[in-house]
Design a protein around this ligand. Structure first.
Ligand code: FAD
Length: 308
């Protein structure tokens, strides 16, 4: 059995594995796709001390760093169930879709999250070429350009306010006939001269020139007419879904499905820790996931020395 078994191989999982292995304890990582969301990212300019890199390159560096240590790396393994230890000193078990199962004294859950997509034509084709999901990450790439933000909840309105300070023009598109964001955010949004809000609008298509985004088509839901906006960027802000479905009913989750953790990364199950985008820790970023992974790992080590 492992002393520490990490489920998920994104920045949080990689960091957790390295911190555990450096304690000389038996460490494993099982991941559906080692590298995680980083693999889907083009330019990364906010991983501190690395002014500029690309997702696949950073993912390779994470893997190399993990392989520097004695870590059992199991890629292409999707966890489907967690059976917690029956008592102190007993083992937790994780079952995988492949039929395999692994046991460990402590677990670190770092299965990340995925952005909810619009599922309209052009979205996949222009992902990373005008279609973006993270304003903190990609906002500066659209300096002086025209962008749309899809979604009028808190994250959409926050994104629009943030982007208004960088880009030339922001159009916020909301499906409903009203915004759902907090009143204070809506007030701030309304005060910005370069933001337009379009309500009762359903985005139906992302348009491009084969290379980059150049427009967006939406249906005006009040009269079913199609309209086109010319722009260079589209930020989709209709929800971030934590990859925690397999933990429902076992580990305590927030109403949004995030694993609830305390300041040490401890979940509701003793000996089970969590880190990164799958948790309640706010601001989903690589540098934060890496820090949280290290923290959860140190907490797991602390748990091990107290319970055995
Ligand atoms: P993830 O990276 O999501 O990794 C999760 C891991 O768990 C993966 O290995 C996955 O395969 C695995 N997994 C999921 N479910 C299971 C399961 N059931 N069983 C086993 N394994 C499972 N952040 C920045 O700081 N800067 C940026 O420039 C930036 N740009 C981004 C651009 C895009 C397009 C996207 C999508 C995100 C971007 N982010 C950026 C956010 C950043 O990628 C995430 O915050 C970070 O990757 C979170 O790390 P994580 O380890 O928590 O989760």
């Amino acid at each position: 059995a492992f002393d520490v078994l990490v489920i998920g191989g994104g920045p949080a999982g990689a960091s957790a594995a390295i911190y555990a292995a450096r304690k000389g304890i038996r460490t494993g990582v099982a991941a559906e796709r080692f590298g995680g969301q980083v693999l889907d990212t083009l330019a990364i300019e906010n991983f501190i001390s690395v002014p500029e890199t690309e997702g696949p390159k950073l993912a390779r560096a994470l893997e190399e760093h993990v392989k520097h240590y004695e870590v059992d790396l199991m890629n292409l393994q999707r966890a489907s169930a967690l059976i917690p230890a029956k008592g102190e000193g007993e083992l937790h078990e994780v079952k995988f879709e492949s039929g395999a199962s692994l046991k460990a004294r402590t677990l670190i859950l770092s299965t990340g999250a995925r952005w909810r997509e619009m599922n309209v034509s052009g979205e996949q084709e222009y992902r990373g070429r005008g279609v973006a999901y993270c304003p903190h990450c990609d906002g500066p790439l659209f300096k002086g350009k025209r962008v749309a933000v899809i979604g009028g909840g808190n994250s959409g309105v926050e994104a629009a306010i943030d982007l208004a300070g960088i880009v030339a023009q922001v159009t916020l598109i909301e499906f409903d006939d009203k915004l759902r964001a907090d009143a204070v955010l809506q007030k701030k949004l309304a005060s910005l001269p370069n933001v337009t809000v379009i309500k009762s609008a359903l985005t139906t298509e992302v348009k491009g020139d084969g290379q980059k985004v150049n427009g967006l088509v939406y249906k005006d839901r009040t009269n079913d007419e199609l309209r086109t906006l010319e722009l260079e960027g589209i930020f989709v802000q209709i929800g971030l879904l934590p990859n925690s479905e397999w933990l429902k009913g076992v580990v305590e989750l927030s109403p949004r499905g995030e694993i609830i953790v305390d300041a040490k990364g401890q979940t509701s199950v003793p000996g089970v820790f969590a880190a990164g985008d799958v948790t309640t820790v706010p601001y989903k970023q690589i540098v934060i996931a890496v820090g949280e992974g290290a923290k959860a790992s140190l907490s797991a080590f602390d748990h091990l020395i107290r319970t055995t």
